[in-house]
Structures are given as C-alpha cells and as structure tokens.
Write a protein that binds this ligand. Structure first.
Ligand code: UD1
Ligand code: CA
Length: 479
C-alpha cells in the first residue's frame, strides 16, 4: 500500500564555501568552534532534530577537505552531500552550483522546497527551522526571513514598496544609497524557495554590482518584478539569527549559546551560583540536584551525576563525576572518572586516565596521571601518583611521590608501574621507585624511599637511622 503520509519535503542548502577572511583563523569559518564545536555543527544538529533524514547540500570551497572530513566524521541523521563551488563568485553562484547538478534536479523533480541558509549561523533554533521547513503555500515563490536590528551595518537591507508594504528587493550594504542604509530591516541569509523558482532564478542572476558577485538576495527582486508572491516573516528573537563574521561576533554567539545551555540546565534542577560566569559545552550532561560554583568550566563529554557539588573555578573536560561527589575549588580534570561520594580538591589535578573509586579522598595539590585509586582510600595532601594502581582502604600520607621515570626503558616502557594493594599505609614524605609493589596490608615508614617490593603485612623503613649528638648544637653556636 503506498503511504499517504505527508513528509515535510524540504531540502536544505548550506553555504559554506567562503573563506571568512574577517575571522583571521587558520580554519575555514564554518569550522571555527562556538562553545567547543564547529559552528556548522550547531545548525546541522538543529536540522537533524526538526527534519531528520532531509537532503542537505553543503556548498564547500575554501579548505573543502577539512569541512568534508569534519562533517563526515559525525553521524548526523541527514542525507548530506557536498557540492563544490570551485570559485567563490557569490551566494547566488554557490546555490547555482547545487541547483544546476543532480542534487537540484532531484529537488525540482520532487517539487520540493529548498531551505537555504549560510553556515555561519550557529544560534539557529529549532523553532526557526520549523518555521522555514513548513511547506510553502500554493503559489508562493519564496519565503524570506528578516529581522529589525538597531545596528543593521553590513547586512542586506529590505526595501519595501511602503513601510509595511510588499518587499521589492534586498540591497547589499556595499550597493546601498545613504537612504537605503537607514533601513533597519535586514535580510539574514535565511530563505525557503520553491525548487523550480530557485533553479531558474539562480541561472538568470547577473553580477552587475559593487562586489561583482552573483547575489542570492537578487532573487527577491526577480520574484517581485515577476509578480510572484514573497512571504516574509520578521523574526523577533534576534539572537537566533546572529551571523558570525569576526571574532567579536563569535564571542557574542558563544555567550548566547552558553546562556541557553545554562538556562536549560537551571530549569532542570542544576543550581548555578553565577549564570554568567560558568561555561558549559553543549555536549555536557548534568543531572538534577547539582550545585555549580562560579567560574566552573565543563567541557566535552563531561557527565555530572546527581547530588554533586562543583566548587568555584573547577575545570573538567571529559570527566565523569559520580553521585554525591564533591569537587572543590580550583580542581582541574581531564579524561578521568571520579567515583560516587569522592571528595577531591581544592586544587587537585587529574591528568588523563585517572580513576578515583567511591568514597575516596584526593586532597589539595595532588596530581594523578594514569592512576587508579580504589574505594575508601585517602591521598590527602601534596602528592604525585603516575602509572599507579592503588587499592582500597589505603592511606597515603602527605608528600608522596611515585618515581615512575628513572631514565631506564623496560619492555619498551619509559614509565614504570607502581602497585599499592589494599589496606596499605604509607607514612608522610615517602617515595616509591617503580616498578615496585607494596603488598596487601604493608606499612611504609615516614621518609622512606622504597626501591624493593614490600611483602604482605611487612613494615618497610628505608631511611637513615637518626644520630643524636647531645650538646652539639650549642657547641656549633659557640664557634
Ligand atoms: C549575506 C547576504 C546579506 C545578508 C547577510 C546575513 C548576499 C549577497 N548577502 O551577506 O544580504 O544580510 O548574508 O548574514 O547573499 N558563500 C559561499 N560562496 C560564495 C560566497 C559566500 O558559499 O561565493 C557563503 C559563505 O561561506 C557564508 C555565506 O555564504 O557562509 C554568506 O556569505 P557572506 O560573505 O558572509 O555574506 P554577507 O556579506 O554576510
Ligand atoms: Ca555573513
């Protein structure tokens, strides 16, 4: 039985061939990150959430290999095709590259609508995508999104027949007369076209303008002069349509995206001491009933379970924090796991591949690298543990160091392993020279430098015996 279900029938063209000279970046503009990920990804994520599986043509040019590689490395739920624009002759020409080939022919044949947007719109919202992917009304050639800006500089201005009358054309900043520059209704590089109108329209574009470019915006005049209906919509939420052309606008977009993320978490049970001072990337997960202090930065695949307290200026990148844990001020962690009810910091440093088991305590100025700590273990002050496996119920005193590198290469490894088994007690100011094992239940006396394995339940003392010379201090002072 043929399906009678209506699909949205909207395809998408994203313009991403430009250099983005004003960004001064070695990356093509659409790959410059906003809140930790390429700005183009933000638009693609909104597209896949509203119109999953849609055909999307990404027009590439400058550093196209990088754009193709980055986008292809993600599994967007979209039918993405890359269309090359060999030379950047303008936005109209970029669309023509897509519409003149097989991609455009399919859209025309299927009588689709084509949602066109530029790749430098990282704040696109789901509502906006919904608005632009609604089927066009019969007879409408194009739908144009506009906004009213206090400072319209740089944008194409919307020229209407009368104040609220029909749109006649869009005039670019560089082509506008002084009077036209006073118009503060602008075009946003966001439109939806009837495929056939778009295909024939871009074929007919001319480049007789200030920049000698083929302007996509000229299709507005093409439609109005042919008395084709143009639907316009003024988008009230100006944040959604902020384009990014330079590092200043990039920062602005980042702030908006960040505040959206924080608002969303705050509405779902996360308490932020400061709304403006924290940074949370969109890939981060935070459960309800979590408190986050000012200046916290949560990045990448960080996941915070419920009941956690994150102190001021904590930076976590790809760190999982278990329920009830307390991460105190100034702690920095990367690619690590913090177990349930752990207390860590202030000023602890988790380097990659560190795991702290539940109920353990990692105190101030403790650095862990590639180290696993068991449960109910304490490393409370001023220590370095690298390439170590530490068991449960272990107590490590102040100022402990695993000497994991002594210049030797053993079995191809430059760094050697330290194993500290369950119930070991290490006094303050000790070192262990790896490879070495402190067996279950053993003790190491304060001030020891352990170079040999310590058997189960043994006590190792590896320091000089104290020599006390009565009256000697007094003698020295008299000299
Ligand atoms: C464009 C609009 C302007 C609108 C503004 C909104 C035109 C002529 N002007 O100007 O009316 O107010 O966006 O931000 O359309 N690109 C290509 N190939 C090209 C040229 C551009 O793919 O040959 C891409 C760019 O990579 C970019 C997008 O198109 O992602 C827009 O280009 P940009 O140069 O930023 O256009 P604006 O001058 O901002
Ligand atoms: Ca732009």
């Amino acid at each position: 039985m043929p399906s009678t279900k209506k699909t949205s029938n909207t395809s998408v063209i994203i313009l991403a061939a430009g250099l983005g000279k004003r960004m001064y970046s070695s990356l093509p503009k659409v790959l410059v990150p906003v809140c930790g990920r390429p700005m183009l990804f933000n638009s693609l994520l909104e597209l896949e959430s509203v119109i999953p599986n849609a055909h999307v043509a990404i027009v590439v040019g400058h550093q196209k290999e990088k754009v193709i590689e980055q986008v292809s490395s993600q599994n967007f739920n979209l039918k993405i095709e890359f269309i090359e624009q060999p030379e950047q002759k303008g936005t109209g020409h970029a669309v023509k590259c897509a519409m003149a080939g097989a991609w455009g022919k399919r859209a025309v044949l299927n009588k689709e609508n084509v949602f066109v947007l530029s790749g430098d719109l990282p704040l696109l919202s789901a509502e906006l995508v919904k608005e632009m992917s609604e089927p066009l009304k019969r007879g409408v050639a194009m739908k144009l999104l506009t906004a009213v800006l206090n400072d319209p500089f740089g944008y194409g201005r919307i020229v209407r027949k009368s104040k609220k009358g029909p749109v006649l054309r869009i005039v670019e900043q560089k082509d506008a007369t002084a009077r036209e520059k006073e118009i503060n209704e602008v075009g946003l590089s966001i439109y939806t076209f009837q495929a056939q109108f778009l295909a024939s329209g871009v074929e007919a574009l001319k480049n007789n303008n200030a920049q000698k470019e083929y302007y996509l915006t000229d299709l507005v005049q093409a439609a109005s002069s042919k008395k084709r209906e143009i639907e316009t919509k003024i988008w009230e939420n100006v944040d959604d349509v902020r384009g990014v052309n330079n590092p200043f606008e990039l920062s602005q977009a980042g702030e908006v995206l960040n505040s959206r993320i924080i608002r969303n978490f705050a509405m779902h049970g996360v308490r932020f001491t400061s709304l403006s001072n924290c940074r949370v990337e969109p890939t981060v997960k935070i459960a309800a009933d979590v408190s986050i202090g000012p200046g916290a930065v949560l990045e990448g695949k960080t996941e915070i379970a419920s009941g956690v307290t994150i102190g001021a200026n904590v930076v976590l990148k790809n760190v999982k924090v278990g329920a009830g844990a307390e991460v105190k001020a100034g702690t920095y962690g990367e690619d690590s796991i913090i177990g349930e009810n752990v207390k860590i910091g202030p000023y602890a440093h988790l380097r990659p591949e560190s795991v702290v088991g539940k109920n353990s305590k990692i105190g101030n100025f403790v650095e862990l690298k590639k180290t696993t700590i068991g449960e109910d273990t304490s490393v409370a002050h001023l220590s370095y543990l690298g390439d170590a496996t530490v068991g449960s119920h272990v107590n490590i005193g102040c100022g402990f160091v695993t000497c994991n590198f002594d210049g030797r290469i053993i079995d191809g490894q430059r760094k050697h392993k330290t194993t500290i088994e369950d119930h070991v007690f290490v006094g303050s100011d000790c070192q262990t020279v790896a490879p070495v094992t402190l067996k279950k239940g053993s003790y190491v006396a304060s001030g020891s430098t352990v170079t040999e394995d310590v058997p189960e339940e043994a006590l190792a003392i590896a320091r000089c015996r104290q020599v006390t010379k009565p009256g000697y201090a007094k003698k020295l002072k008299e000299k």
